[in-house]
Write a protein that binds this ligand. Sequence first.
Ligand code: GDP
Ligand code: NAG
Ligand code: NAG
Ligand code: MG
Length: 452
Amino acid sequence: MITALNIRPTRVLIVVIICVVLFTIGGVLRLDKESRYSDVYNYYLKHATDQYQPGTLDTYGYSIEPQNVKFKFINPKNKRGTPQQIVEQNNKVYEELVKQQIHEPKDSDLSGIRPPTESEMPNYDRADAVIIALVRNSELTKIAKTIKKFEKSFNSKFQYPYMFINDEPFSERFKTRMDKLIPGPKEFVTLPPELWNKPDSIDVQKQTKNMNVFHELDIAYAKKESYHNMCRFYSGGIFKLPELQKYRYYWRIEPDVQFNTEIDYDVFKYLQTTGKVYGFTVNLYDIEKSIETLWPETLKFLNKGDNYKYVDPNGSFQWLLENQQHPEKNKVTGGYSTCHFWSNFEIADMDFFRGEAYTEWFNHLDSTGNFYYERWGDAPVHSVGLGLFAPKDKIHWFRDIGYFHDPYGNCPNTSTTKICTVGAFSRWKHLEDQNCMTSWIQYSMEDPSLIY
Ligand SMILES: Nc1nc2c(ncn2[C@@H]2O[C@H](COP(=O)(O)OP(=O)(O)O)[C@@H](O)[C@H]2O)c(=O)[nH]1
Ligand SMILES: *[C@@H]1O[C@H](CO)[C@@H](O)[C@H](O)[C@H]1NC(C)=O
Ligand SMILES: *[C@@H]1O[C@H](CO)[C@@H](O)[C@H](O)[C@H]1NC(C)=O
Ligand SMILES: [Mg+2]
């Protein structure tokens, strides 16, 4: 009190002036910072996000700024242990969850999307959807096996159309057999060469040299050009297929797979009403060498121009970056866990894959030629795209669909599960370490009790 009374007016004035100056400088700096980040702010305002703050790399594991897009694994669950211990911990979490009895999704009202009765069937108002299978004539027996199971489990109840796709014309034998198996509509499509064949820009010498290197490394299908064509086609070309333009959703099936549960609601309408863009059943690691530059090329793309804007702040980043179960993989891939949705089963909204983010990114990937110089699979490509450009709550694990493609599957505890062993990820114990599901469950999945 006494000292305050002693303050002379000139000192007060000086203090006030200093305050005003500091305040002004602070304001200018703040404005400067705001304008630096303004388009970032606008982007996130537009997307109504409440999470993003500049400089969140260490806290949240991502930084999304113009020409400064970075991701970092932050070990959100604070897990500790050797890779082997992590495998064991993760498998425990997975098995515990999958062995719990589950029913149907409860984040959507299924009563309006039940199978039509026989008399309603002719007028059933289907979603804008199709069942697709890329398949060779020589795989007739195997695709027939798939279709029998698929019809029993799902499609006889809804009769969605099929589209069979091939790089060669389908044989009469193939078509006749499908006619006998499938009561509903079907289409047989021969691919235009420009959607299947390798582009002229591929350096054949480099391709041959790399194929041999990959073959020496024992990478499956390394020397099979058609396999590379298939992966590139499923990664991007398929979304441009003229015959598919009339559809929005597809369910992809493959020769020789099993469906082990009864599906009694229209999964396409489920996706549509929930706004989800992708559904999967199996989630696993990949051969790191086959996608050595996929992640670095992706970061290169994201850091070009204003491409940062494509990244969804609610993406599945930690799942993409997990590095505890197979740290050796992240070292080869420059950070990508190699976790991916197994694309031999997918139920997808093509609007996502036809959208600007995915399309621009795919075009960049394609321009590298690495679908041929490496052996990029369509599964990791779809998955990295989804992990970056779709919010994680729009990606759905169809826990209730029993599915098996040798040697992995999804075998839930439902009242209709048949043949598979509940909770088993693989029919081989030694392949358990290939399971990525726990990363998904812990880092990306919605609260499981809300969905099933
Ligand atoms: N028409 C056609 N389909 C192919 C070709 N290569 C692979 N496919 C299909 O692409 C899908 C994936 O191939 P697949 O051999 O099952 O590969 P994997 O599951 O990775 O071992 C399957 O539906 C195959 O029928 C091909 O050269 N021509
Ligand atoms: C991101 O996810 C959180 C939690 O699920 C949610 O509250 C938020 O609204 C989401 N943001 C966007 C942009 O969807
Ligand atoms: C499936 O769930 C039921 C009910 O919770 C449980 O009793 C049963 O043991 C589970 N089955 C398996 C194989 O875990
Ligand atoms: Mg297959």
